[in-house]
Design a protein. Structure first.
Length: 292
């Protein structure tokens, strides 16, 4: 029976769970030795190291007793080790009064205890299926709040590498999670027209959704930039709609990320004279304003 295994996981607890699944044992039946603690690596994306633990099964008194030789086996072994001349007189003096030993039938005798001990090296179907089930549940069981916190840690690491000290406040909104960045000199994180902030949002989304098959959406904001940018885009949409009405010609805007295109579409969706559409492929997809 396997009494010691080595397991890995994103966290120490996850590695322990993997090891328990391999041993098929409860937590209080093993000794845990942490070989390596996890690390996120560079910016939480590259070179990360998983936790590594060694689990040793604690041997119970009953298991030790099962492996101890029985008195009958010990006596048989001692008789085999005796010289032939000492064994011969015993074989030559039969006892007529003693009945012949009955052949074991499986209901008793020295073979019965052996048959009652299961073979732990051959796990049943339930034991063999436990490991993949627990592994799948560990991967899918990470709550969205924990994944948002991982993204927030990533943002702090990036800001620190740029010489900035920031705080990240996590809030829920109708689109998923909003990570609001606060601190001094955030212009470096925002960039021209929010391009740096958009790139950081994309990377933070990769961090939040790695190792998970359930996608969560997150939005980054800093110094209310998203709100101020939305107001700027709404004013731009109004001006360009008036230009289309006057010139009777369509207007094609510069490439924008999808969340900014949505602002233009939402602003003009009820306009009486113009309508909007999109043209091109990412990352060069543009909003087009035309007459109805």
């Amino acid at each position: 029976m396997t009494s010691k295994v080595t397991a890995v996981g994103k966290t120490v607890e996850e590695a322990i769970s993997q090891g328990l699944a391999q041993l098929g044992a409860a937590r209080d039946r093993v000794e845990v030795n942490v070989l390596e603690h996890p690390s996120r690596g560079f910016l939480g994306l590259f070179g990360g190291r998983k936790a590594k633990v060694e689990l040793t099964l604690i041997r119970s008194n009953r298991a030790a007793a099962d492996q101890a030789p029985s008195s009958a086996q010990t006596e048989a072994g001692s008789r085999r080790d005796m010289p032939a001349d000492e064994l011969a007189p015993r074989r030559e003096r039969p006892n007529p009064a003693a009945p012949a030993p009955a052949k074991p039938t499986g209901e008793g005798g020295t073979d019965a205890p052996r048959r009652e001990r299961p073979n732990p090296a051959a796990p049943g179907p339930a034991g063999s299926a436990a490991a993949p089930q627990r592994e799948a549940s560990a991967s899918a069981g990470v709550r969205p709040e924990e994944r948002y916190r991982e993204a927030a840690d990533f943002i702090r690491d990036v800001a620190e590498s740029m010489g900035l000290e920031v705080e990240v406040d996590i809030r829920k909104n109708r689109d998923g999670g909003l990570l609001d960045i606060s601190g001094p000199d955030l212009g470096m994180l925002i960039g021209r027209r929010g391009q740096t902030l958009d790139a950081l949002q994309l990377l933070a989304s990769v961090v939040a959704n790695r190792d998970s098959d359930k996608f969560i959406r997150l939005t980054l904001d800093a110094e209310n930039f998203r709100r101020r940018r939305a107001k700027t885009l709404e004013d731009l949409a109004d001006r360009l709609a008036e230009r289309v009405v006057r010139s009777r010609k369509e207007v094609v805007l510069e490439p924008m990320p999808s969340q900014e295109r949505k602002v233009i579409h939402a602003r003009l969706q009820n306009h009486p004279e113009v309508e909007t559409g999109s043209r091109g492929d990412e990352p060069n997809r543009r909003v087009v304003i035309t007459l109805k």
